[in-house]
Structures are given as C-alpha cells and as structure tokens.
Design a protein around this ligand. Structure first.
Ligand code: IVH
Length: 693
C-alpha cells in the first residue's frame, strides 16, 4: 500500500503537469482547453497538498509562480558562451550585400537558405535548463556576465519550468517583451493610480523583469519568444529550423515557422490571420537574397498589425554546419544580420516646456512642439516624464528633436539633434516651486517625481475634483473640467464636500450660466449622492487605488468606516493588496482632513448601498463569461459593463477565442466581423436583456 505521502507525491506531480499544460495552452497558444474555474480548482488542490507536505515543494512548481520574497539585489552570473550582438543594417540593399558576402565565403552562387524571423523589441534573456529543470535565467548584461533574474522568470506563465524530455543541458536564448494591448492596460492602471506610466512596451518589460519584488513581476503580463541556442549538451541540431521546431515540441514559445511553400500564400495567410486577431507563424525559410528582401518588405508592411513591437527582421543562415563555417567577426556572428525598419519618426522643434501639476501633486514636464505628423497623426505634446529623463536626454527649449510614437501610441522624444541646438540654450530644470501655487516642490525618498507639497494647491484640488466627478467615480454628469476650473478659481469649491454645498445662487452668478443649466447641474449633483462603496473609494483618489483595487477594498471591508480604521495588517490580508498599496491607504486615512471630508460627504447626503459579499448575494448569471462590447447601445457602455460585472461576468476590449459573447449595438464595426470569423456568439441588446432575466 502506498503511504499518504507517496500518494500525495504522485498526485502533486500529475497536478503540476496538468497546470503547466494549461498555462501553455492559455498563455502561449491562446487556446485554453479548461475553464478558469477548473484551473483554479486544480491549483487549489496543489496548494493544499503542498501545504500538507511542505518538503515536496520545488521551485519549479506552478504554485511558485506567484513570486516569493523580494530580493536585495540580483546575483551576477557568467554566460557559458557570450551573448553576442548582430550587425545592424537599415535597408534591403544591406541584405543583398550580406548574402553576397556569405556566398563569397562559402564559395557558392546564390540560393543559400535563410531562416528569417522578426527582430523582437524587448530584452534578451538566456534560460538554462539542466536535465529538464529551469535553473537559471540570465539577462544579457555586458554579453559576458549578466544578472540572474530566475525568481522573476519563474512567475512568467509562458515559460515552462520543467521540460517533458530534455538533454542534460539546454540553454535557450530569446526575448522578453510585453504585448501592445497588455502595455496599454498596464499604463492605464498605472496612470489611474497616480504612478508615472512607462514610455513604451520595451521599458515596461524591462522595468517589470528587473523588479526586485517578484510579486510585482508576477502581476505583469510578460511574454517570451525564443530564437537561439546557447550551450547545449546531449542534443545536436542540424539547422535553426530544427532547433525552433524542437522548441515548439518542448512548448518553449517561438514565433512559429510557416510551412507555406509559396511566398504569396504565406503573405496572404499571415495578413488574414492577423486581421482576425490570431497569431500566425511568422518565421519563414527564404531561399536567396531576393526572398529575404521580400520577407523584409512584407513584415514591415504588417508590422502595425502585430500584437507586439518589432524593430526589424533577423536573417540567419539556416544550416548550423554553414554557420560554423562562417564563424564570427568581433562580437557578431557572420552568419546573421539584423535588417531594421525605419521607425516612424519625425523631426520638430520644442517651443516650450510646460510643467503640469497632477492630482497627486506630481510635476510633469511636457514638451510643447511645433506640430508634426508621425505615422499619420499630428503631434504637438510629449511628456518628458521627470527630471531624470530630461537630464538623460538633455532636452532643452529651442532644441530640434527626433520624436516617435512609442508602442504606436504615446508620443516620445527620442533624442536631441545637438548640432541644431541654438547657441544660448540652457539646461531645463523642473522648478523647485510649484508653478501653480508657488509652494515648495520636492522629491521625496527615492522617487523620481517632484511633487508640490501643498495639499491645498489649486492644481491638486482641481485635478482631484475632476477625478472625483468622473464617470467611473461619483459620476456627476452635469459638471465638467471647465466648470471645476471655474468653481475653484471663484473660490466656491475647495474640497469634495463643497460640491454638495453649492446653491442655485452661487451658480447662477457665474458667467454663461442660465437657469436651465444650473438646475441640471444641481440635479446631477443630487443624483450622485446615491452611489456605491467602490465608486466612493475610487473617487477619493488615493494613490495606487484604481477602480479594481477600490472594488477589492469595498468587498473586504464593507463600509467606509471600517476601511478608514483598517491597519496595514488588515489591508495586506486583502487579495491583491500589497505593501505599496496598503501603506498608501493607511497614509491617506491617517489624514484628518480626508476623514472629515468623508464624514461631511455623508452628512450632506452621500450614501451607498450595503456591499454584498461577493459570493452569496451577487448574481452569478454571467459567472465566468467574457464579454466584448461594440457599437452604440441604448445605455452608456460603462453602465453595461457594470451590469455584466454585477452578474459575475467580465468585459474585455478585444475579441478572441476566449470571448463568450460579443454584445453588438448599432454601427458595430470590425469586432463583429472578428466575432463571426471566430464563431463567437453575438448578442443584440434584446438578447442580452433576456440573458439577464
Ligand atoms: S538571433 C548572435 N533572433 O537582437 C545573436 N536575435 O543585436 C543571435 N533579437 O541581443 C541572435 N530578435 O536580443 C536573434 N529573432 C531574433 C531576435 C534577436 C531580437 C535581439 C537579441 C540580440 C540582438 C542582436
């Protein structure tokens, strides 16, 4: 009879395999086979067993992917063989020259087979598998010595921790990056909680990977594309094609090798799949320079459709025997070249640098530039983030700069063209006084941001009020940014509660206010008094407390008073609340002024329904269902979102195989096409209503 321990050991092993397979299907192939709920069940079973038999816990266990204790620093580690760079070129002619060189050295006349794939714009990483177990993950560093970021890489669900079959030693190199949509969502959340957003997906990936606290990395959606072997013992590959095919078998993510023989078929297929939101195989074996050049032009053309950033293509001699024959020059292999794309950049002049003061008091320098078109969009403003960024790039008023749209969206100053700098230019310094109220502005602790120290600064008050009245917060429709501006300037409103003290006579005295609009404004202020606890918490604008965190806090504490008196320990017991958020909440409520504000708001009539404990009272009609909303519906989208969430469902922005329903209103666009293509159920408003009944 097997002992309880032996039984547990066996079951644990099965669970780990099942969970890793589920991770692969979900995070790499985007084709889950089990539901989130089933996943959670298996995961919980694993946790329970591991808790009962703690000595059976291994670092490769899926349970360890949530991230352990923070580190003081990363350990330095040498690469068994150096991580090299590639010779860069910027034009198709360079591919032709590369091919000519290869043919000359190999004494051939054309038709060398090239393995072509995108050049990923992320950070290079080396994964080390010893006897099938992931034991190291090194950054490139200086090429010879990198840093071991294994504790963070273990949290990446797309990186297998154990390989089903594997040689004694397998080093795999690849790129870690963040998908464009994940980057946008992360930045939105960062901004919402008052954190300086990342400039582009690459920086976001780098920042997330180099976190000393693996729990933070675990919460960041990092992805991997593997593309080259390091040292391998116990397995030989004849070509890059064989190597990447082997990676696919091991479920180590690659960009996939297309099997379409003919280029036109390949191109058509890739474009169609990308437009449908799928992820076709993008690598291709090209014969000779002409086809590699064709590949270059094609990838450049579809670049915008890709879910991640690339900055060119890499052309590699496919045969490893030929690679060996070709060898290296200096720090680059002779058998490969990177052909980069010209980024969508433009030149313009910085007319002035404004310093804006946000809701959290952060002073943000913004470059105001002569209007210029980049990738079809006219750009005039670009954030310069903070003093460190300004210093690093040495951006000054009057400078001619190169700008680009990071991650295809946010404009970014890439560099200064110093040759064009006017003679008398001076370095730009963020003022040590708040540009709005004149109070001292300082940098606290190790923060990069400079903040106004005056909590009553009109800029902070205005922006806090603008946040407070927002759709997702107190939702006071009748008030807009302009009106807040006026109310603060006129001294009518200095705090949240002042909004609820406004009288007809106050408002009618303002410029351009008629009886009708004043009545409407007052009515919408009145209507906002009936709210929900998550909205109220979110509206307070506590740093790091976005909408999602506000919901967790509301569910955990039930009333605003309980939240106000919560200790750090109480807060850390709430799901998804870490040190940083917890401390910020405690600090916010230690402020008497805020507590008085909350009491005043309630005295003035602000109230919320009792918060239902999630599982018992809330409806579960749409439990686990994923919705995408498109087109114009009879009620505002945010309200529809609330309805779905209130019934246990979730809303996301883009249609995928994981979507259960697309709710389509009038003039629904491409999302509807995609839904039909993927066979996702489409609901109109009536069908949706019926579903809720
Ligand atoms: S193959 C000898 N393939 O580009 C190096 N590299 O400048 C062989 N990179 O550090 C590398 N995408 O981080 C290869 N598909 C790809 C790549 C790629 C991005 C990066 C890599 C390397 C740099 C070389």
């Amino acid at each position: 009879m097997p002992s309880a321990r032996e039984k547990a050991e066996k079951r644990i092993d099965t669970l780990r395999i099942q969970l890793e397979r589920a991770n692969y299907l979900y995070h790499v192939l985007d084709q889950p086979e089990i539901s989130d709920r089933e996943y959670d069940k298996l995961f919980q079973e694993l946790i329970d067993l591991e808790q009962a038999f703690p000595d059976l816990v291994i670092p490769e266990s899926p349970s360890q992917r949530v991230g352990g204790a923070p580190l003081d620093a990363f350990e330095k580690a040498s690469h068994r063989t150096p991580m090299l760079s590639l010779s860069n070129s910027y034009s198709p002619e360079d591919i032709a020259a590369f091919d000519e060189r290869i043919n000359k050295i190999l004494e051939r006349k054309g038709e060398v087979e090239y393995f072509c794939e995108p050049k990923f714009d992320g950070l290079a990483i080396e994964l080390i598998y010893e006897n099938g177990r992931l034991t190291g993950a090194l950054t490139r560093g200086d090429g010879a010595v990198g840093e071991n970021v294994i504790t963070n890489v273990r949290t990446m669900k797309s990186v297998p921790q154990r390989l089903a079959k594997a040689p004694e030693l397998l080093e795999v190199r690849g790129e870690i990056l963040m998908f464009k949509k994940d980057f946008a969502a992360l930045n939105e959340a960062q901004q919402e909680s008052g954190v300086v957003p990342f400039a582009n997906p690459r920086n976001a990936a780098a920042g997330s990977l180099r976190q000393l606290d693996p729990k933070i990395t675990a919460s960041r959606p990092l992805r991997l594309f593997a593309y080259a072997p390091g040292v391998v013992n116990g397995k030989v590959f004849a070509s890059q094609e064989q190597f990447e095919t082997y990676l696919d078998e091991l479920q180590i993510p690659t960009v996939g090798l297309s099997t379409d023989k003919d280029f036109a078929t390949f191109a058509k297929h890739v474009e169609k799949e990308l437009k449908a939101g799928k992820r076709p195989a993008l690598a291709r074996i090209c014969r000779g320079a002409d086809e590699a050049i064709e590949y270059y032009h094609f990838i450049e053309k579809i670049r915008k459709l890709l879910p991640f950033d690339i900055d060119g293509i890499v052309v590699k001699v496919n045969s490893y025997r030929l690679q060996q024959e070709l060898g290296f020059v200096a720090r680059s292999p002779r058998w490969a070249t990177a052909a980069k794309f010209n980024p969508e950049q433009a030149e313009t002049v910085i007319e002035r640098i404004d310093v804006q003061v946000g809701r959290t008091g952060a002073l943000t320098p913004v470059a105001i530039m002569a209007p210029v078109k980049v990738g079809g969009v006219t750009i005039t403003n670009a954030t310069l983030h903070n003093q460190d960024e300004i210093d690093r790039k040495d951006v000054r008023v009057g400078d001619t700069v190169v700008i680009q749209r990071a991650g295809d969206v946010i404009p970014e100053v890439v560099r200064v063209i110093t040759e064009k700098r006017p003679k008398k230019s001076v370095a730009f310094q963020i003022p040590s006084k708040c540009p709005v109220c004149g109070s001292p502005a300082t940098r606290v602790d190790d923060e990069v941001v400079t903040r106004c120290t005056n909590l009553l600064c009109p800029a902070i008050v205005k922006n806090s009020l603008i946040h407070f009245i927002g759709r997702r917060a107190m939702n006071i429709e009748g008030l807009g940014d302009r009106m807040i501006e006026t109310l603060v300037n006129e001294g009518l409103v200095k705090s949240f509660s002042d909004l609820y003290r406004l009288k007809f006579d106050d408002l009618i005295a303002l410029e351009r206010q008629g009886e009708k609009s004043v009545t409407n404004t007052l009515e919408s202020i009145e209507a906002s008094k009936k709210t929900t606890l998550p909205r109220l918490i979110f509206a307070l604008g506590i740093r790091f407390v976005g909408e999602t965190t506000a919901k967790s806090l509301a569910t955990a504490f039930g009333t605003i008073e309980k939240l106000e008196t919560a200790t750090l320990e109480d807060l850390l017991n709430v799901k998804d609340i870490g040190e940083k958020v917890g401390e910020s909440v405690v600090k916010a409520f230690s402020n008497k002024q805020l507590r008085k504000e909350i009491a005043d708001l309630q005295k003035l009539g602000v109230h919320y329904e009792a918060v239902a404990k999630k599982t018992s009272a809330g409806s579960t009609k749409l439990e686990g269902k994923k919705f995408v909303i498109t087109g114009t519906l009879p009620v505002p989208r945010d309200d529809v979102k609330d309805m779905i969430e209130a019934n246990g469902g979730a809303v996301s922005g883009s249609v995928s195989k994981k979507t259960d329903y697309v709710l389509a209103g009038e003039e629904a666009g491409s999302k509807l096409d995609k839904a039909s293509e993927l066979g996702v159920a489409i609901l109109d408003w009536d069908a949706f209503q019926a579903l809720l009944k």
